[in-house]
Design a protein around this ligand. Structure first.
Ligand code: GAR
Length: 216
């Protein structure tokens, strides 16, 4: 059983998808700790309801990003976490966290990277006028949404979509994709290829994986 640490900043619907998949047996994993950088967010309530330990660790209490990450690492290690999942954690992380969990920090982003990194990928996609967007799960590196891609799901932008209708459809695919990728880690199917002068590439069972929204 894989031990997960989930980092959140807000509503925690991706956390909920993980908790549900663990509870139903779909994932042979357990959320050992939920960490939030903000107090009073819905993610904390979700952890409480699921009986999972949670902590608020405010970045405002740390003098630097590195020192903040050192606090996160201590908490994650104490909880015995093996895979760190950034699920709506709206903070850049540093090598302090990445080196403590090499190739074991993943992030979900609400756009098809490398398009629309950073905040509000859904609004960025809408404003740009793309007809297809989606979500990406990637290994985290020290850049902003730049790490090697694990999996992507495509979602059409429909006529009449506004930020919220689009975000809702993207979110449904996020929940699916994130659980699927965590399953690959549980089953030990992820392999990171590193070649001189090239971006690292992630293989799953020796293949690359793409997903499409099953909605119109
Ligand atoms: C999700 O859409 C996630 O992809 C996004 O925050 C939302 C969190 O929702 N993350 C980012 O934008 C990271 N750059 P949730 O709290 O309901 O899971």
């Amino acid at each position: 059983m894989l031990s997960l640490g989930v980092l959140c900043s807000g509503s925690g619907t991706n956390l909920q998808a993980i908790l549900d998949a663990c509870a139903s047996g779909e994932l042979d994993a357990r959320v050992k700790l939920v960490l939030c950088n903000k107090p009073a967010v819905m993610a904390l309530e979700r952890a409480k309801r699921a009986g999972v330990p949670s902590r608020v660790l405010s970045h405002r209490d740390a003098p630097s990003r590195e020192e903040y990450d050192a606090v996160l690492v201590t908490a994650l290690r104490e909880a015995g976490v093996e895979l760190v999942v950034l699920a709506g954690f709206l903070r850049l992380v540093t090598p302090v966290l990445l080196e403590a969990f090499p190739d074991r920090v993943i992030n979900i982003h609400p756009a098809l990277l490398p398009s629309f990194p950073g905040l509000d990928g859904q609004q960025q996609a809408l404003a740009y006028g793309v007809t297809i967007t989606g979500c990406t799960v990637h290994l985290v590196d020290a850049g902003m949404d730049t790490g090697p891609i694990l999996a992507q799901a495509a979602v059409p932008v429909l006529d009449g979509d506004d930020r919220d209708t689009l975000a809702r459809r993207v979110l449904r695919q996020e929940h699916r994709l994130l659980v699927e990728v965590i399953r690959w880690f549980v089953e030990g199917r992820v392999w990171v290829e590193r070649a001189e002068g090239q971006r690292p590439r992630v293989w799953v069972d020796g293949r690359r994986r793409a997903f499409w929204s099953d909605e119109p």
